[in-house]
Write a protein that binds this ligand. Structure first.
Ligand code: C2E
Ligand code: MG
Ligand code: MG
Length: 583
């Protein structure tokens, strides 16, 4: 860029001469005939350099320099005095005021250009340094805005920005953006007992382990205290999220060596899926946090998916909790039965008992709303036992009225499964209802079994010894490694509805379902497809040799009388023709 030079000189001849010379050298030069005009011009033009005569009528060179050096914008402009007499004291005065150089008139062209050249070069160096510092400061500021100073992880602000970025770039509908909330169990105790500096070391170490676990599959951020968040951007199925969540839990539960001490912590993890649990980052973080708190309440070292049930407002929740206490004695609970259909014959072979709550004011409340509350309060134990008893008694009635081999599937909650006298209670129910144990199928979910494998296997075997069957419910939504589940003595595997849904359009669902079916066949498990809603889904499960199905396509869960009608009318599922031919 062309450099600009202001020449303040009252002798017109000298001024014009210098201007001409500078012009010829490629500078943009302009002149002022006295100090006052010169200073005003400097304010308007902000030149790169000023040449200024010392002796001028009115405001002289010293005056101009003094004024310039007091102006925040103009103070740093290189300033060269032009002087005729060059007395040493005059020069010193000029230098003390902050002049950069002086030229004694008359000077040669080379002297003038030399002095200007040196000043401009120095000025450029100063400016470069200034810009570099500014850049550095900006970068530092940017880093501080986006990162947590203790762990150097991105912070909440940064997470929000990166989430927007992911949403912009993520165009594939197969991609499942997942938000994990990670909290350390009992972190406060560590801080209190071992001191904040150990607490800080622990947070740093946790940050590192989290980053290693997540790798390039997503972003790890620290939100505050012991709260971390992870966004997973590359996964395609919630099973992968479960896998990563489990990896994180395992990794964090390994001993930390900090400040010469061995420290053991566990974490709780909540998972929210976009768009199911929200599309905004704050909402997803909030829901993941709720799920994480839930995992914490259940003892920690554990992950939970956010389910809509957890979102019930706390006052609403409290109200439900209170009225749920009376639901049993006021006979507001009811068991619905959903037919289970044999896929070879199309006939009903059994029913799953599903509890319903006829709330006096709210109407029908579904289990997804009140089972979590019942779990939390422990009410699930008497409720579950009542369902088991009621369903067994009912099935015995149906068996006696002409459907002798009808079987009943009942869901067991994790609390119930943990009950020490569960087996004893089951025996009581078998005796009281007169049902043969082989017609009872207990449905359990994966998450109930993985926490203490050995104990779980022992309990399952004790139940099986009575003659009841064990089904693994909602298969595929939890830990999901079938090879891991192989050690449990299951009879039946129920493939979760989320795999069956849109199976003909969703190729990754189809692939996973095929793999599950193949492995289950290998393990000799009976296979039931849950939530079959369409003919296409039915064809798929038939083609892949599932043994049974449950789903709206055949019937929703219905009250006792309706189920009885289904039996009496001998309702059958029309099977796809291709399937029948294959039989
Ligand atoms: P689950 O054991 O997996 O039960 C299957 C759920 O899928 C039922 O929901 C059923 O109504 C629903 N379903 C069946 N076919 C279809 C279909 O074609 N499409 C769709 N969209 N849904 C279908 P429900 O009755 O709301 O029960 C939800 C969950 O609550 C159950 O899942 C079970 O985990 C729990 N639950 C229900 N009754 C009891 C109980 O007595 N004790 C315990 N511990 N849990 C229960
Ligand atoms: Mg079930
Ligand atoms: Mg299920």
């Amino acid at each position: 860029m062309m450099k600009t030079i202001l020449v303040i000189e009252d002798e017109e001849f000298v001024r014009e001469n210098i201007l001409e010379l500078l012009d010829a050298e490629g500078f943009e030069a302009f002149g002022a005939e006295n100090g006052k005009i010169g200073f005003e011009l400097a304010k308007v033009k902000v030149p790169d350099l000023i040449l200024c005569d010392v002796m001028m009528p009115g405001l002289d060179g010293y005056g101009v320099l003094t004024a310039l050096r007091q102006d925040s914008v103009l103070a740093s402009i290189p300033f060269i005095f032009l002087t005729a007499k060059a007395s040493k004291s005059d020069l010193r005065q000029g230098m003390e005021l902050g002049a950069d150089d002086y030229l004694t008139k008359p000077f040669t062209r080379a002297e003038l250009l030399g002095a200007i050249g040196i000043r401009l070069k120095k000025q450029a160096a100063v400016e470069d340094r200034y810009h570099a510092e500014l850049q550095q400061m900006k970068a530092k500021l940017n880093y501080l805005i986006h990162n947590d100073s203790l762990t150097n992880l991105p912070n909440r602000f940064s997470l929000r920005e990166q989430f927007k970025q992911i949403q912009k770039t993520d165009s594939s509908p197969e991609q499942l953006v997942t938000v994990l909330s990670v909290g350390l169990d009992r972190f406060n105790q560590i801080n209190t007992h071992l001191g904040n500096s150990i607490g800080d070391l622990l947070l740093k170490a946790v940050a590192e382990r989290l980053s290693v676990c997540v790798g390039n599959q997503g972003i790890v951020a620290r939100l505050n205290d012991d709260q971390f968040a992870v966004i997973l951007a590359t996964i395609k199925h919630r099973n992968e999220a479960s896998q990563i969540a489990q990896d994180i839990l395992t990794r964090l539960s390994e001993t930390f060596e900090l400040g010469g001490q061995e420290i053991f912590v566990t974490a709780s993890l909540g998972i929210a899926l976009c768009p199911r649990d929200g599309t905004e980052i704050e909402q997803l973080l909030n829901h993941a946090h709720i799920a994480m708190m839930k995992a914490k309440q259940q003892g920690g070292d554990h992950y939970e998916f956010y389910a809509a049930a957890y979102n019930i407002g706390s006052s609403d929740r409290l109200a439900l909790q209170t009225s749920l206490r009376y639901a049993l004695e006021r006979e507001e609970l009811e068991v619905y039965y959903q037919p289970q259909v044999n896929l070879k014959t199309g006939e009903i072979f059994g029913a799953e008992a599903l509890v319903r709550w006829q709330h006096p004011e709210r109407g029908l409340v579904l289990p997804s709303k009140f089972i979590p509350i019942a779990e939390e309060t422990g009410l699930i134990v008497p409720i579950g036992e009542w369902v088991l008893y009621t369903a067994c008694k009912q099935v015995k009635v149906w068996q006696n009225s002409g459907f002798p081999s009808l079987q009943i599937a009942v869901n067991l909650s994790s609390r119930q499964f943990g009950q020490l006298d569960l087996r004893h209670r089951l025996v009581q129910i078998i005796i009281n209802t007169g049902i043969e144990p082989k017609y009872i199928e207990l449905e359990l979910t994966e998450s109930m079994l993985v926490q203490n494998t050995e104990v779980a296997i022992r309990r399952l075997n004790a139940l099986k010894a009575l003659g009841v069957k064990i089904a693994i419910d909602d298969f595929g939504t939890g830990y999901s490694s079938l090879s891991y589940l192989q050690q449990f003595p299951f009879d039946v595997l129920k493939i979760d509805r989320c795999f069956i849904r849109n199976i003909t359009e969703n190729t990754s669902n189809a692939a996973i379902t095929e793999a599950i079916i193949a492995m289950a066949k290998n393990l000799n498990l009976k296979l039931i497809a849950e939530g079959v809603e369409t003919e296409e889904e039915l064809s798929f499960v038939c083609q892949h040799q599932c043994d049974g199905m449950q789903g709206y396509l055949f019937s929703r869960p219905v009250p006792v009388q309706e189920f009885h009608q289904l039996l009496l009318t001998n309702k059958r599922l029309p099977l796809p023709t291709s399937h029948k031919l294959a039989e």
